[in-house]
Design a protein around this ligand. Structure first.
Ligand code: FES
Length: 215
């Protein structure tokens, strides 16, 4: 089952974790968003904080189990309360991933618009054979995901935190080659040049400034 999440890493993960100075500076701001006694709700932003710190420190955006334990300690929770959140949401990686996490949407709108071609192109360009695999050079991990909420510009490929939309085989291969070279990435969004999610060829509503005339 490609979309099934795995549990937290046990023995192969790091044996200790502490927040670095950059993360520590953010923690009070995060906690201040919740009323007294409701700091347990900060589990999600703290998991994101860990994932960003791991990416900075190791090049792999993931959440080791010892970091979940540290979040539990900070928030005064039983560790299981953090594990159950981290293992439920696909956006938290409970295993190490490559520097570039390729998340390919294969839900119906993307499938109808060519996600199979996107998957094939990702595999050919990275050498990855199966979901959740990391390429031999450690640069890429491929994950199959459900709807990313950008169906209008399907098919969608998410690279780390960015969406690349209106993808086809050629665009996927060009993007992956750029990532390999460490070159400048195209701006995220529609690779077909749409304005946001307007129809291809340009907007066909609200095309005049009629509201100005109506004044
Ligand atoms: S189905 Fe792929 S973004 Fe919605």
């Amino acid at each position: 089952m490609a979309l099934q999440k795995e549990g937290p890493v046990g023995g192969e993960g790091p044996t200790s974790f502490s927040f670095d100075a950059e993360s520590e500076a953010e923690i009070p701001q995060i906690l201040a968003k919740y009323p007294p006694g409701k700091q347990a709700s900060a589990v999600l932003p703290l998991l994101y904080l860990v994932q960003r710190q791991m990416a900075r420190a190791s090049g792999s955006a993931w959440v080791p189990r010892v970091a979940m334990d540290e979040i539990a300690r900070r928030l005064g929770l039983a560790p299981i309360r953090v594990y159950e959140v981290a293992t439920f949401y696909l956006m938290f990686n409970t295993r190490p991933v490559g520097k570039y996490h390729l998340q390919v949407c294969t839900t119906t709108p993307c499938w109808l618009r060519g996600s199979e071609e996107v998957v094939k192109a990702c595999r050919e360009a990275t050498g990855i054979k199966d979901w959740k695999e990391t390429s031999a050079d450690g640069l890429f991990t491929m994950t199959e995901v459900e709807c990313l909420g950008a169906c209008v510009n399907a098919p969608v490929l998410q690279v780390n935190d960015d969406y690349y939309e209106d993808m086809d085989a050629e665009r996927v291969k060009a993007l992956i080659e750029t990532l390999k070279r460490g070159g400048e990435l195209p701006r995220p969004g529609s690779m077909a040049g749409r304005q946001a999610s307007a129809p291809e060829g340009g907007p066909n509503t609200l095309t005049s400034l009629s509201f100005e005339k109506a004044r």
